[in-house]
Design a protein around this ligand. Structure first.
Ligand SMILES: Cc1ncc(COP(=O)(O)O)c(C=O)c1O
Length: 406
């Protein structure tokens, strides 16, 4: 019975062109990477990728990789147990202190808590704070981990449209629970646009609500010294509950929640995805110190400047092709540039045409994005060069010409 159900689900996915599979990378994370072929008899392929979240190009940075090795020599390979039971080492504690200092200008009495992944951090925040006397007001395009956290909570769930803050205000006005949690991504992961956090904070203050900000795609990239979306907007409030991931721009792994110390202490004592899981290896926390050094230093500034230049190049050059091909490249000053094609098959065909030319730009289809908005998610890294973007532009121009000719 189980296998029949699975076979039916697979057939439906294949029919809708939604069946996915992992590609095996044979070289470290970088724009130029070698992948195993889908068919084992075929040779591996060298691809120029626009698909990672390694925005600053730190995942394979020698200083970060060396710090990971040093962390393993100092602290061993594993933590041995959950944080509360004995797995919380000095490397974790030091990292949390530093992250709290980074966010201290934005969150009074800030304390940070390190998690193994952003997914677990978001589940912790929402499932723990979303008590039965709470309403979670969730933005429509929030990441799956926030949605899953809201589902795990006992709170009432209300969804407001993407950037639909008038609707949010109406919902807040009609909300009669003592606790209200507004939940939003800062940078939307499949669209690259920004939440209007100042407006959300104003709404929170006027309606006595709290805001959970998922800065997975902003931490390290936005704001002075890469301190993220709160720094970008210059916000400060005790109502802010911040989640930053450390496996994207920071190039390593993990995530952290930073909030008023009492909230964080409550998470330590009540968040199931903090309590009932083995602490991440201390070497990860140790490596992250090297990554934070780079992010806040001159090298981080230079890498963020390169990202801005690459995003401008994509906007001008891919934008021109999109306009003539009937695709849409929304205006974005962002590391995430969504080239919206519409139809699932067309998005897959475009990704396949690029792959023939040695480029890897993944097609993103429903349910990750709404029906009819399948797209290529072009994600940029400071490790890309202008020549890499030239290659993408040329390949897209040829694909658009081939489509016109067919
Ligand atoms: C917006 C957002 N939040 C949370 C996560 C989860 O973070 P992690 O990959 O560290 O689990 C991701 C990415 O995967 C994300 O894009």
């Amino acid at each position: 019975m189980l296998l029949e159900t699975i076979a039916r689900a697979r057939a439906e996915r294949e029919q809708s062109l939604l069946q996915r599979r992992c590609r095996v990378a044979l070289t470290p994370c970088a724009p130029h990477q070698t992948f195993a072929a889908a068919n084992p008899v075929d040779p591996p392929r060298d691809l120029l990728s626009f698909c990672s979240n390694d925005y600053l190009g730190l995942a394979a940075h020698p200083a970060v990789a060396e710090a990971m090795a040093e962390g393993a020599r100092l602290w061993g390979a594993g933590s041995g147990s959950s944080h509360l039971v004995g797995g919380h080492g000095l490397a974790h504690a030091r990292l949390e202190e530093r992250l709290a200092q980074w966010l201290a200008p934005h969150i009074p009495e800030a304390r940070a808590l390190f998690f193994g992944t952003g997914y677990m951090a978001n589940l912790a925040v929402l499932a723990t704070l979303g008590t039965a006397d709470a309403t979670v007001l969730c933005e429509k395009l929030n990441h799956a981990s926030l949605i899953d956290g809201a589902r795990l909570s006992r709170a009432r769930l209300r969804v407001f449209p993407h950037l639909g803050y008038d609707r949010l205000e109406t919902l807040l006005s009609g909300c009669d629970t003592p606790l209200k949690l507004i939940v939003t991504d800062s940078v939307f992961s499949m669209d690259g646009d920004l939440a209007d956090l100042p407006r959300l904070l104003d709404l929170a203050e006027r309606h006595d609500a709290w805001i959970v900000v998922d800065d997975a795609h902003g931490f390290g990239v936005l704001g002075a010294a890469g301190r993220g979306a709160l720094a970008h907007f210059g916000l400060r409030s005790r109502r802010l509950i911040y989640m930053g991931t450390l496996g994207k721009a920071a190039g390593v792994a993990g995530a952290f929640v930073c909030a008023h110390a009492d909230i964080v202490d409550h998470l330590v004592n009540a968040a199931r995805t903090y309590i009932y899981t083995t602490a991440a290896p201390p070497a990860v926390a140790h490596a992250l110190q090297a990554s934070l050094d780079l992010i806040e230093g001159a090298e981080g500034d230079a890498r963020r400047a390169r990202l801005r230049a690459l995003a401008a190049q994509v906007q001008t050059e891919v934008g021109a092709i999109a306009a003539s091909a009937g695709w849409e490249l929304p205006l974005r000053d962002s590391v995430i540039q969504p080239l919206i094609v519409g139809d699932n098959g067309a998005a897959l065909a475009l990704a396949a045409a690029l792959e023939v030319e040695g480029l890897r730009v993944p097609a993103i289809r429903p349910p990750t994005v709404p029906e009819g908005t399948a797209r290529l998610r072009i994600s940029l890294s400071a490790a890309h060069t202008t020549h890499d973007v030239d290659r993408l532009v040329a390949a897209l121009a040829r694909a658009a010409a081939a489509e016109r000719a067919s």
